[in-house]
Design a binder for this molecule. Sequence first.
Ligand code: GUN
Length: 293
Amino acid sequence: MILLDGKIASAAVRQQLTTEVAGLKAAGKRTPHLAAILVGNNGASETYVASKVKHCEEIGFASTLVRLPETTTEADLLAKISELNQAPEIDGILVQLPLPKHINEQLVIQAIDPSKDVDGFHPASAGKLVQGLPTFIPATPYGIMLMLEHFNITTKGKHAVVIGRSNIVGRPMSILLSSNSQYGNATVTVCHSHTPNLKEICLQGDILVAALGRPEFVKADMVKTGAIVIDVGITRVEDATAKKGFRIKGDVAFDEVAAVAGALTPVPGGVGLMTIAGLLKNTLQAYYQRNAG
Ligand code: GUN
């Protein structure tokens, strides 16, 4: 079994970005700048946003973290986005999801200027992805494609099974894997909560992407021998013996699936790190596009 180590693959992407940003600075150019908005105090979101900001700084990007209280109104959040849309020094904007229940997530996503939509969640970005046009690819599916590229995994002609159809992961992942591109050209089946014979379908997957958010849902008896298994889950599961009081679990029962799979991503240390790599690449892309305009 090959361990698809996100630490190694993401470090390679970050190294390349670090060199590129150093080159821009040496040439006297402006520094790429990501703005992240975090509303409220969701523990997992705090960790993700802190990690995104930290990685920005490490590769030489500028970053701005906008922290807003849980009680922030939708209007206030939209006003903040408008301000960042208009700020010439800001290249990419991300609003960490989920948002508090009183805020309409779709409205917020649509308020981001598509030229700064480094999460790729705006309908304009999603529409371009569907039509195979250049756009911002949502960071997690983008990171998975970078992972496939790093480990040179052939997808052409394979049967890929994606569990999950979210706008953030499952849906764009299925589009990318079936796209006419080097790490696409797979035949893709999308499974979801209404798929009756899930186990039988998963067993047909040469590539299996688990993005449903249910800890250790994918067991060894659902995985074809030698399959490439990509675990997108990151759920906090209470554990009194752990220092923080919880452990991070993926959607795949790692130990038993490792005995069957041909390649497998660990959690943590797999797709999560690649997501950040995808976000950083999108931010640099936004920077170049805005500077060219
Ligand atoms: N919440 C879960 N995943 C993501 C992501 O990739 N971006 C943002 N903004 N929020 C998320």
